[in-house]
Design a binder for this molecule. Structure first.
Ligand code: NDP
Ligand code: GDR
Length: 331
C-alpha cells in the first residue's frame, strides 16, 4: 500500500486530494497545525480514513517527526497562507509559511531520505499568481515570472527551491503551476465562493447585496476535483518536472456573476452588487490564462468540469447549505 503525506489537509485541495488517494488505496497522512485546529472535525467527517499528524510548515522538527510517523512514498505540499489579499497585511508571515515553509518540507525530505534520495516523490503547489503582471498570453512553464503580491513572491521562492532540490540532489520534486480552481469547498474569502454564498442567500431572502472589489479581473477557473488528479499524475511520472494546469479559458468576475445570478433566475445582478475600495488590491493581477499543453500531452490530464458548470455547482451547494442552516424548506 503506497503511503502519502499531505500538508494543507484541512484546505480545499487537501480534502479532494485525500479522497482521490484513498480511492487509489493509499494510506494517507495529513498534517494538521495548531493545538486545537477548528477544521479537524471537517477532515474527520469528509475523509475519516486519513491519519492526522500535528506539525507546522515553519517548524522543521515537527515535519521531521511527521515524516518518521508517516514513512511516506509521496509528499504533497499543499499547505500555505493562500489568500492573496491577506498577504499584503501579513507579508513576513506569508513569506515564512508559503515561501520558507517549502524549503522546510524539502529539507525534511532530504534529511529523511538520507542516502536514498529516490525513495520519496515530492509535489509543490505552485501558482499562476507567479505570472502576476503577465509577460506572455497564454502563460506556460517557460513564461517569465513577475509576481505582484507577497504571496506571489513567496510562491516563486518555493517554485525555484523545488527545482533547485531536483537539480542539486536529484530529488523527484515536481512543481504544479496551478491556475485558480474552485469548488463548494472553496474558502468563503475567495471571490467565487463569496459570490456563490451571497447569491444563495440573496435568493433565499437572507441577504440584500454583495460588496466586491475589481470586477474586471480575468481568471482561468477550473474545478478543484479535476486539478488534484494532475498533482497525483505528476508524481507517477518517471521524471519529475514542472507543469501548468489550467483550462485555457479566461473569464471576468462579471461573467461569473452572470451565471451565478442567472442560476437563481436573476438576470440583472447590478442592483445586488456594490463595489468598495476595501476589496481592491495594491497591485492587481489583471489577466490569467494558462497553456496546459504539456500536462495534457505528457500526463494525459484534461479538465472535465466546464467554466459554466462551476458557478452553478457552487450556488447549488450553497443553496442547500443555507437551507439546512436556516431550516428553510427546499420545495
Ligand atoms: P487553502 O487555503 O484552502 O488551504 C491552505 C492549507 O494550508 C490549510 O490546510 C491550512 O491549514 C494550511 N496551512 C496554513 N498555514 C500553515 C502552516 N503554518 N503550517 C501547516 N499548514 C498550514 O488552499 P487550497 O486548498 O485552495 O490550495 C492548496 C495549495 O495550492 C496552497 O498552497 C495554495 O497556495 C496553492 N494554490 C491554490 C490554488 C487554488 O486556486 N486553490 C491555485 C494555485 C495554487 P489551516 O486550515 O489550519 O489554516
Ligand atoms: P486569487 O483569488 O487572488 O486569484 O488567488 P481570489 O478569488 O481571492 O481573487 C480573484 C480576483 O477577484 C478579485 N476580486 C475579489 N477577490 C476577493 N477575494 N474578494 C472580493 O471581494 C473581490 N472582488 C474582486 C480579486 O481582486 C482578484 O483579481 C487564488 C488563491 O487560491 C491563490 O492561493 C492561488 O494561488 C491563485 O488563486 C491561483
Amino acid at each position: 500500500m503506497p503511503r502519502a503525506l499531505v500538508t494543507g489537509i484541512t484546505g480545499q485541495d487537501g480534502l479532494y486530494l485525500a479522497e482521490l488517494l484513498l480511492s487509489k488505496n493509499y494510506e494517507v497522512y495529513g498534517l494538521l497545525r495548531g493545538q486545537n485546529n477548528p477544521k479537524r472535525s471537517l477532515v474527520e467527517e469528509v475523509v475519516p480514513d486519513v491519519k492526522l499528524l500535528t506539525g507546522d510548515l515553519t517548524d522543521l522538527s515537527s515535519l521531521m517527526h511527521a515524516f518518521g510517523q508517516a514513512q511516506p512514498d509521496e509528499i504533497y505540499n499543499l499547505g500555505a497562507i493562500s489568500f492573496v489579499a491577506y498577504s499584503w497585511e501579513n507579508a513576513r508571515l506569508t513569506s515564512e509559511v508559503t515561501g520558507q515553509g517549502v524549503l522546510n518540507v524539502l529539507e525534511a525530505t532530504r534529511i529523511w531520505c538520507g542516502d536514498d534520495i529516490g525513495k520519496v516523490r515530492f509535489y509543490q503547489a505552485s501558482s499562476s499568481e507567479m505570472f502576476g503582471k503577465v509577460q506572455a498570453v497564454p502563460q506556460s512553464e517557460t513564461t517569465l515570472l513577475w509576481p505582484r503580491s507577497p504571496y506571489g513572491v513567496a510562491k516563486v521562492f518555493g517554485h525555484y527551491m523545488t527545482i533547485n532540490y531536483r537539480e542539486s540532489y536529484g530529488m523527484h520534486a515536481s512543481s504544479g503551476i496551478l491556475f485558480n480552481h474552485e469548488s463548494p469547498r472553496r474558502g468563503p474569502e475567495f471571490v467565487t465562493r463569496k459570490i456563490s454564498q451571497a447569491v444563495a442567500r440573496i435568493a433565499l431572502g437572507l441577504q440584500d447585496k454583495i460588496t466586491l472589489g475589481n470586477l474586471d479581473a480575468k481568471r482561468d477557473w477550473g474545478f478543484a476535483g479535476d486539478y488534484v488528479e494532475a498533482m497525483w499524475l505528476m508524481l507517477q511520472q518517471e521524471e519529475a518536472d514542472d507543469y501548468v494546469v489550467s483550462t485555457g479559458e479566461t473569464h471576468s468576475i462579471g461573467e461569473f456573476l452572470d451565471i451565478a445570478f442567472r442560476y437563481v433566475n436573476i438576470d440583472d445582478w447590478t442592483k445586488y452588487v456594490e463595489q468598495d475600495p476595501r476589496f481592491f488590491r495594491p497591485a492587481e493581477v489583471d489577466l490569467l490564462v494558462g497553456d496546459s499543453t504539456k500536462a495534457r500531452e505528457k500526463l494525459g490530464w484534461t479538465p472535465k468540469v466546464t467554466f459554466a458548470e462551476l458557478p452553478e455547482m457552487m450556488v447549488e451547494a450553497d443553496l442547500q447549505e443555507q437551507r439546512v442552516l436556516h431550516r428553510i424548506d427546499g420545495n
